[in-house]
Design a protein. Structure first.
Lengths: 365, 321
């Protein structure tokens, strides 16, 4: 087991390295570069541009830029000494030893061009709202998907099963943003107007979410604050649930059907066990094996999944951050988001495989 | 779908030959054998799938609209229907404008949907062709050659599949797209082939071990011919099904990217970019503006998914009539 885990971890290293190179390459290839946003500004002189490029280290050779982004090279040294931090220890060691504090390996992912903050600070601030939104949605849709899938499989071809099939087809074809717009029209349009159309908190009631003042407000009246967020959660969560439940409930259904047709289920029935025991003890538990793996693969969604939904409902999360950064050509933020997401995907794959190996005794490794 | 290959002609000649010999030998019965090509078998099974037939009908209708529609009702970006009569809110569906009119510039929503069909379907299908081409190329090289080639190509695929593709598409469209339809289709195509390549690789790994490939290799058939004549035709079914999923995903993805204003320019309407101002008019109750373009997307994706399902059953040798 340990050997398997170690082998998988070692295999993941070149993939993660490849991801950093690709992420860097995509943004390097972009025309204009980080100065593109100044292109329309007539007062931005060539001299200022050169100073900007120098200040951000953009006049260095590409491998050096990559190296500095990764936080392995020290911009203050020359020659081979670039690998040494201010304290004389290698630069890529944790900040406490090397004294260096800038770059991917040090966890700050560089600085945002738009605001000058560390990229990680911006990402961390946006991650909590995304986690709240996607976490709530995921718990609801996984529960519902398992329920719908199992019932549809047990009562195959029944009215319920056919209804679930139609729902899955339609949910699968539904563009998230269109569903969101239509829900906004129905529930916050001029007709009903019972739910907020967007945002995370009522701005007239509370300071913006995540600011220090907000936490003071939250401490004073937590119930009101939670109710407020809850009210803003309803529409985006509903949107996510409808769209995501489709694929997952199909998956659970086919997995359950698979389990129900196994020999051991027939044996259990032939033994005279009551149907309920056979279904829930023999079939369901085995049917859940691939489902658990599938849930593992959906973990990165907690960080990124709601790009579309967040935009529609102006939710201040990772999706919004990405779109703002794309609009402003804020390269370091984009690279940070892409890199963190990709590493999460690799990790989720790893966790899914390992869980599967643990819970399914038939797997030999 | 109904395209025929030379094989049945050969087979029929053979059958006729047997029949003639049987008659000459004094047999008092006639042999009427009809051999069906793989295509005919697949079509026969496909026809049994009612939803797939409905989907095919919808898709053909949409393609006709995409081809003929813009000729009948051309879209001119500079032409504003009523420049002298600026009404902020749009107008609800009426007889003259069955899909209503947008707020602001008062464009006919039907006109936008019809013209959007051409761009959206064009992007959906050209992305599919690009993705299938690259995916099949990479997958067959990796699956057939194996070894180092396989390892390198599949690690590249691993890396690309780990990236959040919608984010990358969004960024690439913003940086390289320039609002150009062809460039956007190219960006989508170049970022959608990974799934196909994994599928093709796995198909190659299993098919290349089969006896007829071994036989072909034994009589000295060259690699290229084995790939194109012996393995690829047998991998056709799953590839087509996966391709249909790409069309559906691309139409939704393009609509989203254009909706955000990073995709196709508003000078050529798509189902996504005509929605982009609609959100601001929602508080005025202009439901018809976002509804119809979005409904067109749902309809298309449903149709494509139905067809995909039908084809999966049709090409699956285990499914019987």
């Amino acid at each position: 087991m340990t050997k398997y885990v170690v082998r998988r971890l070692i295999q993941a290293i070149p993939v993660v390295f490849g991801i950093t190179v690709v992420v860097y390459g995509i943004l390097l290839a972009a025309p204009g570069g980080p100065t593109a946003k100044f292109a329309q500004n007539p007062r931005f002189t060539e001299e200022q541009r050169a100073r900007f490029m120098h200040a951000w280290g953009l006049d260095q050779p590409i491998p050096v830029q990559y190296c500095r982004w990764m936080g392995i090279c020290n911009p203050d040294n020359e020659g081979l000494a670039v690998f040494l931090g201010p304290t004389g220890w290698p630069n890529f060691l944790p900040t406490g030893l090397s004294g260096a504090d800038n770059g991917v390996v040090h966890g700050d992912f560089g600085y945002s061009i738009a605001t000058g903050e560390a990229v990680m600070t911006r990402i961390a601030r946006a991650a909590l709202p995304t986690l709240i939104l996607c976490g709530t949605a995921m718990v609801i849709w996984i529960t519902l998907a398992i329920l719908i899938g199992v019932i549809a499989a047990i009562r195959r071809y029944s009215l319920f099963d056919q209804g679930a099939t139609i729902f899955a087809y339609v949910g699968y074809a539904m563009p998230t943003f269109w569903l969101g717009i239509m829900l906004i029209f129905i529930f916050s349009g001029p007709g009903l107007n019972i739910l907020p159309a967007g945002g995370m908190t009522e701005t007239r009631l509370s300071p913006p979410f995540g600011s220090p003042e907000y936490w003071v407000y939250f401490g004073q009246n937590p119930i009101q604050a939670i109710m407020d967020i809850g009210k803003h959660l309803i529409l985006p969560v509903f949107t996510l649930v409808v769209v995501s439940i489709a694929a997952d409930s199909r998956f659970v259904r086919s997995s359950m059907l698979d389990a129900l047709s196994q020999d051991y289920v027939r044996t259990a029935k032939a033994k005279g066990l009551p149907g309920r025991v056979v279904t829930f003890k023999h079939a369901l538990r085995n049917a859940m094996l691939p489902v658990v793996t599938n849930i593992g693969l959906e973990i990165p969604f907690l960080f990124t999944g709601a790009l579309v939904t967040e935009t529609i409902f102006s939710w201040p999360g990772i999706g919004r951050l990405t779109i703002d950064a794309t609009r402003n050509f804020d390269y370091p933020v984009l690279m940070g988001v892409l890199l963190i997401t990709s590493i999460l995907v690799v990790l989720a794959n790893l966790i899914a495989d390992i869980t599967y190996a643990i819970i399914d005794p038939r797997i030999k490794y | 779908m109904t395209q025929e290959i030379e094989q049945p002609a050969l087979a029929e000649a053979h059958v006729d030959d047997i029949a003639q010999r049987a008659t000459e030998a004094g047999a008092d019965y006639e042999i009427r054998l009809q051999s069906l090509s793989q295509w005919q078998l697949a079509w026969r099974k496909f026809k049994k799938h009612h939803l797939a037939l409905v989907g095919l009908g919808i898709l053909i209708a949409l393609l006709l609209i995409a081809v003929l529609g813009p000729i009948v009702m051309p879209f001119e970006f500079d032409v504003i229907p009523r420049p002298d009569e600026i009404v902020y809110a749009g107008r609800p569906p009426s007889l003259a404008h069955p899909f209503g009119e947008t707020g602001g510039l008062q464009r006919d929503v039907l006109l936008l949907v019809v013209n959007g069909a051409r761009t959206s379907l064009f992007i959906g299908f050209s992305t599919m062709f690009i993705a299938v081409f690259f995916g099949t190329l990479v997958g067959s090289l990796a699956g057939y050659l194996g070894g180092v080639t396989d390892n390198v190509l599949m690690r590249i695929v691993d890396v690309m599949l780990s990236l959040p593709i919608l984010f990358v598409i969004l960024i690439a469209s913003r940086f390289f797209g320039n609002g150009n339809v062809l460039l956007i289709a190219l960006i989508f195509g170049l970022l959608s082939w990974m799934g196909i390549s994994r599928l093709v690789r796995s198909l190659f790994l299993s098919i290349r071990e089969l006896e007829f490939v071994e036989a072909a290799r034994a009589v000295g058939v060259r690699d290229r011919r084995i790939i194109f004549r012996h393995i690829l035709p047998n991998a056709f079914g799953p590839i087509v099904v996966a391709a249909s999923l790409i069309v559906a995903a691309t139409i939704i993805g393009e609509a989203f990217v254009s909706f955000l204003g990073f995709g196709v320019n508003p000078t050529s309407p798509t189902w996504g970019n005509v929605l982009s101002n609609a959100l601001t008019f929602i508080p005025l109750g202009n439901w018809w503006w976002p509804f119809f373009p979005g409904f067109a997307i749902v309809l298309t994706v449903l149709a494509v998914n139905f067809i995909g399902d039908g084809m999966r059953d049709a090409f699956d040798p285990r499914s019987r009539l």
